[in-house]
Design a protein around this ligand. Structure first.
Ligand SMILES: CC(C)(COP(=O)(O)OP(=O)(O)OC[C@H]1O[C@@H](n2cnc3c(N)ncnc32)[C@H](O)[C@@H]1OP(=O)(O)O)[C@@H](O)C(=O)NCCC(=O)NCCS
Length: 151
């Protein structure tokens, strides 16, 4: 039930956070290793990244989302990244609760818009975001993965 789900920003690392995040990262990406304790500390300590955790009635961590907020010349940008809900807790509104909390937090920080990307193959994710008010934008998304150019 969505009523049992609580979403909160992590303000400092706590026991159990790193393994819980590792379990969630495994369900999000096959290629990315889970973040180390130092990396989790960096995420939590940075003013540019806001880690939101969803917990259920017995305080089990059931999902996470990271909201990146940074200023660029044209304004304050807010990006939702790495949304993942534990397989055992899906379909109960956890993803929606995390996303809505991220939108509220972005607005509190002064961001007018919130961006995210989701591969078309992520069907559940694409069905999650549109009813929450996200509209597809016409843009090309590029990624550079090669070695750094020389010279
Ligand atoms: C995408 C994901 C975060 C959704 O989390 P969730 O807690 O199950 O989603 P919710 O229960 O909040 O669902 C909200 C809405 O999304 C849609 N939805 C979610 N999962 C769905 C599914 N498997 N099939 C169809 N619709 C789905 C529904 O419309 C649902 O609305 P409803 O409750 O009115 O039916 C979860 O499936 C997940 O972690 N997937 C793997 C990682 C991933 O793809 N992350 C997104 C990266 S962009």
């Amino acid at each position: 039930m969505p009523g049992e789900i609580r979403v909160q920003e992590v303000m400092e690392p706590f026991d159990g956070l790193v393994p819980a995040m590792a379990g969630l990262v495994r369900q999000l990406s096959r290629s990315s290793p889970p973040p180390s304790a130092a990396e989790v500390e960096e995420i939590v300590g940075s003013p540019a990244s806001h880690l939101l955790l969803a917990t259920d009635a017995d305080e089990t961590i059931v999902g996470m989302l990271t909201l990146a907020i940074f200023r660029i010349p044209t304004g304050l940008r807010a990006w939702i990244e790495d949304v993942v809900v534990d397989e055992r807790a899906r379909g109960r509104g956890v993803g929606a609760a995390l996303t809505n909390a991220a939108i509220r937090l972005a607005r509190e920080h002064g961001a007018r818009t919130v961006d995210l990307t989701s591969r078309p193959s992520r069907e559940a994710a694409n069905r999650l975001y549109q009813p929450l008010g996200f509209a597809a934008r016409e843009t090309n998304v590029y990624r550079f993965e090669g070695p750094a150019p020389t010279g």
